[in-house]
Design a protein around this ligand. Structure first.
Ligand code: ATP
Ligand code: MG
Length: 255
């Protein structure tokens, strides 16, 4: 059974339709890459999955349960959205760490707030889990540093640890390396690659074509709000069937 099923999602901003009949599914443990030009709707799609935008049409299911149905307002209750959001972790292009908190506090904060509500974990347990995640990201020695004391690549790895701390079913990345200098891109791609090797279920919006081809199990090419082509990344990227895909990819192979 697919861990994520997206059916017929549509989204307008005013008169502009930015997502048109988007349907796809994702299996547990697989990595999906989404590629496409600027303005094609990639970020909007991730924001819809994370309940940061509300689709005008369509259904989103996680583990076989409908978590959003545009036709059914009982799936859109404000008080349940916070809980449903926990299915997804989101890593942004610009890291979006809390500047007033250390790396470790950034990772533990959400879980501490949840523990306050539910009393299910002690602060010490949460901190130990947070340290283990920072260690996994190669940042054990940076736990006490504030975001401004970290490089962009280190900040992004803290952001990944923060997203993992809540054990999302699906980890989403929105161009995780496009704000980084080339020499820092590699360290972030490396940890994402390690997560893929551990069968973390992921959706990665990226302009790194070689990375999408080598790490993802499936790729979606979007253009002007539609899925133009999807399939095995090696097939789609090395041997695109659609003219629009070829045109897009040509930009990455020239020069
Ligand atoms: N809040 C908004 N209000 C109005 N229009 C929006 C809003 N957010 C996005 N758009 C428009 O929706 C379209 C899709 O934007 P989106 O950010 O999803 O594209 P993208 O594929 O992520 O592009 P990029 O590669 O530049 O990040 C664009 O035309 C954009 O201007
Ligand atoms: Mg975007």
């Amino acid at each position: 059974m697919a861990i994520l099923e997206v059916k017929h999602i549509e989204k307008h901003f005013g008169a502009t339709q930015v997502l048109k009949d988007i349907s796809f599914s994702l299996e547990k443990g697989q990595a999906l890459s989404i590629i496409g030009s600027s303005g094609s709707g990639k970020t909007t799609l991730l924001r819809c999955l994370n309940f940061l935008e509300k689709p005008d049409h369509g259904i989103i299911s996680v583990n076989g349960n409908v978590i959003f149905d545009a036709q059914d307002s009982s799936t859109q209750l404000e008080k349940e959205i916070r809980k449903k959001r926990l299915h997804f972790g989101l890593v942004f292009q610009n890291f979006n760490l809390f500047p007033q908190y250390t790396a470790l506090q950034n990772v533990t904060l959400a879980r501490e707030l949840m523990a306050k509500e539910h009393g299910n974990e002690t602060k010490a347990e949460i901190e130990a889990a947070g340290m283990a995640l920072l260690e996994q990201m190669g940042l054990a020695d940076r736990a006490g540093h504030y975001p401004h004391q970290l490089s962009g690549g280190q900040q992004q790895r803290v952001a990944i640890a923060r997203a993992l701390a809540l054990h999302p079913d699906i980890l989403c990345f929105d161009e995780p390396t496009s704000a980084l200098d080339p020499e820092l891109t590699g360290e972030v791609l490396r940890v994402i690659r390690e997560l893929a090797e551990k069968d973390t279920t992921m959706i990665i919006v990226t302009h790194e074509m070689a990375f999408a081809r080598d790490v993802a199990d499936h790729v979606i090419f979007m253009d002007e709000g539609v899925i133009v082509e999807q399939g095995d990344p090696k097939e789609v990227i090395n041997n695109p069937k659609e003219e629009r895909t070829r045109h897009f990819l040509a930009r990455y192979t020239e020069g």
